[in-house]
Design a protein around this ligand. Sequence first.
Ligand SMILES: Nc1ncnc2c1ncn2[C@@H]1O[C@H](COP(=O)(O)OP(=O)(O)OP(=O)(O)O)[C@@H](O)[C@H]1O
Length: 301
Amino acid sequence: MIVLDRVTKKYRDTMSLHDISARISAGSITALLGPNGSGKTTLLRVVTGLIAPSSGSVSIGRSRAGDGFQPRIGAFLHAESLPLEASARAYLRHIAAMTPAHCMRVEEALEFVGLADVRAKRIRQYSLGMKQRLGIASVIMRDPEILIFDEPSNGLDPEGIAWFRNLLTTYSAQGKTIIISSHFIAGVEQTAGHIVLLNRGRLLASEPIREFCSQGASTGATVRVQSQQKNEIESVLAKAKISYISTPSHTIVQGLAPEDVAALVYSRGLTLSELTAQTLSLEESFFQRLSTDEEAPRDKH
Ligand SMILES: Nc1ncnc2c1ncn2[C@@H]1O[C@H](COP(=O)(O)OP(=O)(O)OP(=O)(O)O)[C@@H](O)[C@H]1O
């Protein structure tokens, strides 16, 4: 269990994290989501102990093996933090030397992440995806109970993304706790069970993904609308005071049956390319919660 208790981090005039309280259960996969600059990396750095919060606290463990149990944390936060002049093999040997207990063999780790053929190359010559794979190796070879990754799918090819998703599911099934920050929301939906959503340093949600998605749906029927005239349709909806969620690619209309949406759109001379009754996806719920937050009055800090 990881418990964040009123965590706040202030850098000069920027409030990167504001009063964040959340609980992350052991054995869960948690997706840390939020727009650019919302505080995700800062939160991961606080959880891993790389930086101290300005106020509040993070407590980790003591829930699995009784008092005194301190789980190992393995984190990979930045491809830029890798030693660029070293080879992958030399870097992993260094990590193995620092954590001899529980450690996977270097050659085994290189095989596991698909870097065995380039083990002797300097990291500087690696692509971003190869650096991500090396970072993943540096985490798993220490066999931590808690695994933390910042934007792990950044640079991975489709095969790599599927491989990494599989890895997360396998490790979670072993009871390990996993936190990943990501902008790849559709990918996260397939693996994570819990969401922590930040916006402008504030916590908007910390709950099971199923619950998070069902809240939007509870406002009534939802209809997915796609059109070349997305902006015009949204302006018709706004004028008619019909609630909707705007995503970059489509609009979700809430509380109206599909035939009523079609009738309204056609009555204004607009056209549709898709109209489907559906429940909300994680991505749509994400945009809904963010737009509600953007509209909410905010106290200055
Ligand atoms: N070392 C620092 N000094 C000053 N401000 C910082 C520092 N680190 C982060 N910030 C600020 O804190 C806020 C949150 O940044 P953070 O990197 O945590 O966001 P993020 O959600 O990870 O963003 P992204 O999705 O773009 O990676 C930003 O306004 C950022 O400028």
